[in-house]
Design a protein around this ligand. Sequence first.
Ligand code: GDG
Length: 535
Amino acid sequence: MNEIKGRVINVSNRLPILIRRHAGGARLERSSGGLATALEAGWRDQPGVWIGWAGTGPGENIEPFLVRAAHRRSYTLRSVALTEEETAKFYSGFANEIIWPLFHDMPSRCNFEPEYWEIYQRVNRKFAKVTAETVQDDDFVWVHDYHLMLTASALRQAGVRARMGFFLHIPFPSPDVFEKLPWKKPILKSLLEFDVIGFQGDRDRSNFVSCLERLLPEATVEHGTPHLLVGQAGRQTVVGTFPIGIDFEAFERDAERPEIAAHAAELRRRVSDDVLVLGVDRLDYTKGIPERLKSFRLLLRRFPEMRRHITLVQVVVPSREEIPNYKHLRRDVELLVSQINGEFTEPGWVPVHYIHRNLSRNELLAYYRAADIGLVTPLKDGMNLVAKEFCAAQIDERGVLIVSEFAGAGPELRSGAIIVNPNDFAEVAQALYDAAHMSVDDKRCRMRLLRQIVKDHNVHRWIRSFLQAIPCAGRTRGGPVGDSQESVAKAKERPQSTMPGLALVAAALTPASRSRYAMGKDAKLRMMGRAAGED
Ligand code: GDG
């Protein structure tokens, strides 16, 4: 990270800690979710400041908590206090009832309430104000995620001269979806006030460029190496793809600990010593939990010989419980679990073990190690860290990863994982069947490849590559810009992948492993034939 002379000022909706009030006072907790997990792991030795919401409102003295939390960290923490109304209309409202569903291609779930937009602007200005008070000219301001897309314009208006970057942890939608947003232009324009914008995958970046082409035709796009340069209103922005990673070494080291191995063995003994399938998700409609349960049910219906031999452990972490869509989802998931268990349970075997709580890190690691199949089937996901954590914890190289083609992790891990369409229940059921019957050699070969990819593309590399894109932004400011329409088209024609050398990795797969997967497709057709005439 030599590119930064000053400090990194990290700005995200949530701080990595949460102060939770209870009758007897308050306690400090760790924030959950992918963003906090990834940044906490990657940020170990970087001096700086992390600005975000700690779960508290104005007038609360939380300074002692922030000082305590900073003890074990290389950075200090500054909080942005939010009123109850702001939490409801900015966080639950604009961010999670509009942007979250829209950016995950689910516009029918959006609640385009105009007041949410007012409060979103106000809260973005609030975050910008705290940031402007903190930042110095040679610092780098790194803003994270969809909650804070307007901060760059507010910071520029406040006269902040430091360079600024933005990383979107969730997908960016295609123009047909994005243009449904009533406030699309101010959001695009504000994003282009950052010096660097990062996306999880090439598809997200290409969607962003298509949105510019349609909605801001005056913007110009040039193909730099390896990133794009977008010109708008006299300034230029580097736009790149930076797939996020995990702290591989930490997961591997912790998974190796004897107490985790013992816990994993205990789980296998108690839950299933045959095929143990694991799903781990926040309770969110984008994660495809009902669809996954239906696929598992289909497997048990169509392959009766699998009954008693395969068990699904589905961990569901409570999330955004105040939003109506999420309450309904919990009811749907729990109904499906009880229907499946009602249909198939036999003495000594319960097909679905459903856990609705946050596991400790040690428990989670034990499940990752114990599982034979990691089943990661979101309908849409920026990356999905669970897929990568599962691989890192698979130190025995026994597990098979099944991953959705619509998760950022899909393209990145496609050479070792079984890739599925989560809406195709027959395909997922078949993938489970194939994974359960895969030879030990094939499983080892695939998992070794996956672990190498996850290890190489870890969170430290993600941070480094994002920060390395910054000087590029400085150099290009005021530089030549290309012809708008023509250069946008060229940029879309030539996707630039920053993914690992997948061709090389795929070449290392055994022929047996490759043909096994091809066999899976044929078997799927057979299975569909067999199913004809079923209800
Ligand atoms: C967003 C994007 C992107 C889950 N259950 C438990 C637990 N977890 C941890 C996992 C993982 C994290 O939560 C979930 O991360 P994901 O990436 O799967 O999903 P989001 O929270 O939606 O994250 C996503 C990510 O940002 C990073 O850019 O990948 O696409 O949506 O780290 O381990 N942790 C513990 N107990 C649990 O029960 N301790």
